[in-house]
Write a protein that binds this ligand. Structure first.
Ligand code: NAD
Length: 503
């Protein structure tokens, strides 16, 4: 736990009406979903789900076994041929029907997500809106795929490229955006003609189970299956299963390594969306007020439990003091509270007690390393796993807080002198998911953006996403693209068929 010096007395906005955001009958069936049916599975262990804002237990969910995974994979194998043969138009119509069904239930899904994760309603609503649009985009993209033109590339031989589904794709999702990260996988994987076995995070399976319940009459049995449970049991079995053709994981680097190791035995494809530590490079000619305002959201959205969060500021020394003042002002006015405490609540709790203690451990270590909290710096009052939005300054070069993923409401501010130094330091993190550059000089912004080692680089912005554009990391942030038409490529295989037409 945090030392007394790190604890600040800031209060958490509590809901005026203490009744839960969700009625018990609005919960999904708390069972696995296999072959179109909810089932208790073969195990006897359960996992308690806890509302991180109130620390109340919500319900129990089964911890799946390897046998449950095998049953789900069998269902997905049995469904794959018929689903793979459907026309893009048919799959697109089903994806659009799923989008409509999610839209009809958007309020319920947002409240369910808020209840399970503790996130503010405005964040949960944004998750659901984007999940719906992911299905709509993939419905269109499935019907507009592009490829190398068919033609004669060798004498008298006509070449044709055929895009085929992979078969069964195993999916493992994290807790930070439970339905949104599931949608980023489900929509392109189904659009490309594959069937799915999905393991949600053991902490946040509720919206994924609700998705199964809501779309049960729209998808043929076995096309979409869910097995709840722990990563090293359910996720590991999916990764090693000989009948799973690809494993796609969004999660931490350690889980990515474990999945890639397990997948290597069957040489299955691996798709990894892992952690991040996005640098924010601010030059002396930048619009400092705009940068500070943008980081209010980009550094603290979802309480900083965001892989693309702008959490590692590198600001030119000549404007550092002014920028830090503006940022501290923005961060000091963030509204922290329970998800039901008002539409203006911007920050919720950490997802779990373990993660809360992990983030507090990072803050303690940062202080021991010499960093100072210009605002925030520690735990807020309970119940709930709330941590004050924090800006760390006087960060010694190489300090862990500026290099490791904290995954909480913590932004570090460091200074640089030259552009070369800024680039070297921005690229020294092991991750390569996202970065931003702030300058009004167009030549500099183009050049610096091209030299930043990250899959997404924003210029004078941060954390703005579009379903049409890819989201994919470099270096330890993994490989494989989410979103965009590129994800359809990742979830397909291309076959070259060559016809001898000599006569
Ligand atoms: P986590 O790695 O602890 O868990 C992610 C999932 O992996 C969970 O479902 C978990 O049960 C499973 N898992 C754990 N060990 C496994 C194993 N040995 N085999 C198979 N599955 C296993 O991550 P988390 O704490 O849920 O999520 C936070 C992490 O996710 C952060 O590092 C964050 O940056 C990353 N993330 C990345 C993106 C992205 O797009 N790159 C998006 C969201 C989150």
């Amino acid at each position: 736990m945090t030392s007394p010096a790190m604890t600040i007395s800031s209060t958490v906005r509590r809901a005026a009406d203490p009744s839960p955001i969700l009625a018990a009958e609005e919960l999904p069936p708390t069972q696995h979903f296999i072959g179109g049916q909810f089932t208790g599975g073969t195990g006897s262990e359960t996992q308690s789900l806890v509302d991180p804002g109130s620390e109340e237990t919500i319900c129990e969910v089964p911890q799946g076994t390897a046998e449950d995974v095998d049953a789900a994979v069998l269902a997905a194998v049995e469904a794959k041929e018929a689903w793979g043969r459907t026309l893009p138009k048919q799959r697109a119509e089903i994806l659009l029907a799923i989008a409509d069904r999610l839209a009809e239930n958007a309020d319920l899904l947002a409240r369910l997500e808020a209840r399970n994760t503790g996130k503010p309603l405005m964040v949960a609503e944004d998750d659901i809106t984007n999940s719906i649009d992911t299905f709509r985009f993939m419905a269109g993209a499935a019907r507009a795929t592009t490829s190398i033109a068919a033609g004669e590339y060798a004498q008298d031989h006509l070449s044709v490229i055929i895009r085929e589904p992979l078969g069964v794709v195993g999916v493992v999702t994290p807790w930070n955006y439970p339905l949104l990260m599931a949608a980023w996988k489900i929509a392109p994987i189904l659009a490309a003609g594959n069937t799915i076995v999905l393991k949600p995070s053991e902490q946040t399976p509720l919206t994924t189970l609700k998705f199964a319940e809501l779309t049960r009459d729209l998808l043929p049995a076995g096309v979409f299956n869910v097995v709840t449970g722990l990563g090293p049991i359910v996720g590991a079995r999916l990764a090693e299963h000989p009948k799973v053709d690809m494993i796609a994981l969004t999660g931490s680097v350690n889980s990515g390594r474990a999945v890639a190791r397990a997948a290597s035995e069957t040489v299955k494809r691996v798709h990894l969306e892992l952690g991040g530590k996005a640098p924010v490079v601010i030059f002396d000619d930048a619009d400092l007020a705009a940068a500070a305002e943008s980081l209010r959201a980009a550094g603290y959205w979802n309480s900083g439990q965001e892989c693309g969060a702008g959490c590692r500021v590198l600001v030119h020394e000549s404007v550092a003091e002014k920028f830090t003042g503006l940022l501290v002002e923005q961060v000091g006015s963030l509204v922290v509270g329970e998800s039901t405490a008002g539409a203006d609540v911007e920050l919720g709790p950490m997802i779990s007690k373990a993660h809360y203690e992990r983030v507090l451990g990072h803050l303690e270590r940062a202080q021991a390393d010499g960093a100072k909290a210009a605002v925030g710096g520690g735990a807020m009052e309970g119940p709930g796993y709330f941590i004050a939005p924090t800006v760390l300054v006087d960060v010694p070069e190489g300090a862990a807080c500026s290099l490791e993923e904290i995954f909480g409401p913590v932004v570090t501010v460091e200074t640089f002198t030259t552009e070369e130094e800024a680039l070297t330091r921005a690229n020294e993190v092991p991750y390569g998911l996202a970065a931003s550059v702030w300058t009004l000089n167009a030549q500099r912004s183009h050049d610096v953006a091209s030299r930043l080692d990250a899959g997404t680089v924003w210029v004078n912005s941060h954390l703005v996403l579009a379903n049409e554009m890819p989201w994919a990391g470099f270096k330890s942030s993994g490989y494989g693209r989410d979103l965009s038409a590129y994800s359809l490529d990742d979830y397909s295989r291309t076959k070259h068929v060559m016809h001898n037409k000599a006569r």
